[in-house]
Write a protein that binds this ligand. Structure first.
Ligand SMILES: Cc1cc2nc3c(=O)[nH]c(=O)nc-3n(C[C@H](O)[C@H](O)[C@H](O)COP(=O)(O)O)c2cc1C
Length: 218
C-alpha cells in the first residue's frame, strides 16, 4: 500500500510544475531585487556534483539588470557569437551528415540572432548568468540544468516568467564576456536566462502521452 502523502504539498508541486512555461515576452515593469534573490536562492539549493567541485563558490550568479551599463556590450557579444557560430555550423554542414540533417531550424534561428541580436536581450528586466565550476567528471552542465530548473520553478511559483538563453553556454571561453561578468576564464561553464513579469500566456506545447513514452520492464 502507498504511504500517506502530504496532500497540500503534492498538489502545490503539481501546480508549479504545470504552470512553468517558457516566457518570451516580458512586461516593462521590473520585479524587485528580493524576488530575484528568492529565485537565485532556489538555484543555489539545487544539487551539485560534490565529487567534481573544490571551490566554496562552485556556483555563482551574475545578475545584469536591463539598465546596467554592461547590457549593450553583452547584447553585442551575444549577437557576434550567434553570427560566428552560424557561419561555423554552415561550414560543418558540408562535411558532417548529422549536422546537415538536423541543424536546419536551429541554424535559421541562429542566423536571425546573428543579424538582429538575441530577442528580449535588453528588453527583459534581468539577464541572469549562472556559472558552475568545471571538474572531473565533467558534469557541470548537468548541474547548471538542475540549478536553472529550480530557478524556473521558483519563478513560476512567484508569478514571474523565465526564458532560457542557451547561447550563454558558448561564452565561457570569451575573454571579454568573462572579464565583464568577473568569472575566471576556463574555470567555470555558463548558462543563462532572462527574467521578468510575463506579458503572454503561451499555449500548452505538444508533448507525448506518458503511455507513449513509458515502458515497464517486469
Ligand atoms: C536545454 C534547453 C535549452 C533551451 N534553450 C532555449 C533558448 O535558448 N531560448 C528559448 O527561448 N527557449 C529555450 N528552451 C526552451 C524550450 O524551447 C521549451 O522548454 C520547450 O519549447 C517547451 O516549452 P515550455 O518550456 O513552455 O514547456 C530550451 C530548453 C531546453 C531544455
Amino acid at each position: 500500500m502507498d504511504l500517506p502523502v502530504d496532500v497540500d504539498c503534492n498538489l502545490m508541486i503539481d501546480r508549479v510544475i504545470e504552470s512553468r512555461r517558457s516566457i518570451r515576452k516580458f512586461k516593462q515593469e521590473a520585479p524587485s531585487k528580493e524576488l530575484i534573490e528568492q529565485i537565485l536562492q532556489a538555484g543555489l539549493q539545487a544539487p551539485y556534483a560534490s565529487a567534481s567541485v573544490s571551490r566554496e563558490d562552485f556556483r555563482r550568479f551574475i545578475v545584469i539588470p536591463r539598465e546596467s551599463k554592461a547590457t549593450p556590450q553583452i547584447a553585442a557579444i551575444l549577437k557576434c557569437k550567434a553570427e560566428v557560430w552560424s557561419k561555423q555550423m554552415e561550414l560543418q554542414m558540408h562535411h558532417d551528415e548529422f549536422t546537415k540533417l538536423h541543424a536546419g531550424p536551429f541554424l535559421e534561428r541562429l542566423k536571425l540572432m546573428g543579424e538582429h541580436g538575441v530577442p528580449n536581450m535588453g528588453k527583459a528586466p534581468y539577464y541572469v548568468v549562472v556559472a558552475e565550476q568545471r571538474g572531473i567528471p565533467p558534469v557541470e552542465h548537468l548541474s547548471l540544468a538542475h540549478c536553472l530548473q529550480n530557478m524556473w520553478l521558483k519563478a513560476a511559483a512567484l508569478g514571474l516568467g523565465l526564458q532560457l538563453l542557451s547561447l550563454t553556454q558558448q561564452l565561457d571561453t570569451d575573454k571579454e564576456f568573462c572579464d565583464l561578468i568577473k568569472i575566471p576564464i576556463g574555470e567555470f561553464v555558463l548558462d543563462g536566462c532572462l527574467i521578468g513579469y510575463p506579458d503572454m500566456k503561451p499555449p500548452i506545447p505538444k508533448r507525448p502521452s506518458l503511455d507513449q513514452v513509458t515502458e515497464w520492464i517486469n
